[in-house]
Design a protein around this ligand. Structure first.
Ligand code: ASP
Length: 287
């Protein structure tokens, strides 16, 4: 099977456009390399998301957005087409939430670990402590510290910094999805978004794989990633994307990959950088 990988840098306001385009290209190529070596779709999406988490120009890992209290709580998830799921929610002080999410999937009987428990688990798994705060996010926090805390929809519009995600099809015909985020700027402490909710921001099945970004509460309640993948049962990918754009009442963007290796993206927000590698050809696109 010809492997394919797709990635996005979040639906949002369009900060750091050039850096994000380059960052997506770097992340896609490092995930694709693993696929070409015969590694799994899970290996590829986790590597692709890890590279974006390490890049301070994305709202995930290093560079994550701050909550209302000035602390950073991150969400991340991984899912494989054979139904395995692992996530962390509201985790602090780690560099790569996606790597911890993978450990939850592979080393525990659980699907989601949150807050302090997730942090303790990360330590147990050998991850060292890391402060994901960047100067840019600190500045934004000072500049715009807001009293908007209840109007999350407006927060998504005003401060949508993005999220990162990847979906892949490996040479064995298996699919996987991974997503990682610092969440919405100025969210209430303890808030969990769509990213770690199975079928919300992240989903994979033998039909396809999806990763979403945008207004997390809306994406989660509407199970956007699950719906995207499930509709592939009956409809081709371009129709599924059209239906999502018409029917999902959220500010969101999504990447979708079907089991035949067709990639797609749809956006109901200001801006999104996304791209894919298929038949050795890298495409980086913006909407
Ligand atoms: N979906 C993310 C969240 O709500 C934020 C984003 O994608 O911008 O946590």
């Amino acid at each position: 099977m010809e492997p394919v990988i797709v990635a996005h840098g979040g639906a949002g306001k369009g900060y750091f456009l050039e850096e994000r385009k380059k960052g997506i290209a770097d992340a896609l190529l490092s995930g694709y390399k693993l696929l070409k070596e015969g590694k799994s779709a899970v290996d590829a999406v986790v590597e692709c998301v890890r590279v974006m988490e390490d890049n301070p120009h994305f709202n995930a890992g290093y560079g994550s957005a701050m909550g209302l209290d000035g602390t950073i709580e991150m969400d991340a998830a991984v899912m494989s087409s054979d139904g395995k799921f692992g996530a962390v929610a509201g985790i602090k002080n780690v560099k790569n939430p996606v790597l911890v999410a993978r450990k939850v999937m592979e080393e525990t009987e659980h699907i989601i670990l949150c807050g302090e428990g997730a942090e303790r688990f990360a330590k147990l798994m050998g991850f060292s402590e890391f402060d994901p705060t960047t100067e840019w996010v600190k500045e934004k926090f000072k500049e715009k510290k807001s009293s908007y805390y209840k109007k999350l929809k407006e927060l998504a519009e005003l401060y949508g910094f993005g999220t990162v995600g990847a979906v892949a099809l490996d040479v064995h015909g298996k699919l996987a999805a991974a997503t990682s985020t610092g969440g919405l700027m100025f969210h209430l402490p303890g808030r969990v978004g769509d990213t770690p909710i199975p079928g919300g921001g992240t989903y994979a099945s033998p039909l396809g794989a999806a990763s979403a970004s945008g207004h997390g509460e809306c994406i989660a309640v509407n199970l956007v990633s699950f719906r995207a993948v499930d509709m592939l049962k009956e409809k081709p990918i371009h129709q599924v994307l059209g239906i999502l754009k018409d029917e999902i009442p959220c500010r969101f963007g999504i990447i979708l990959l079907d089991k035949h290796g067709n990639p797609g993206n749809i956006l109901n927000a200001d801006y999104m950088v996304w791209g894919y590698v298929k038949e050795e050809k890298l495409q980086v696109l913006e909407r």
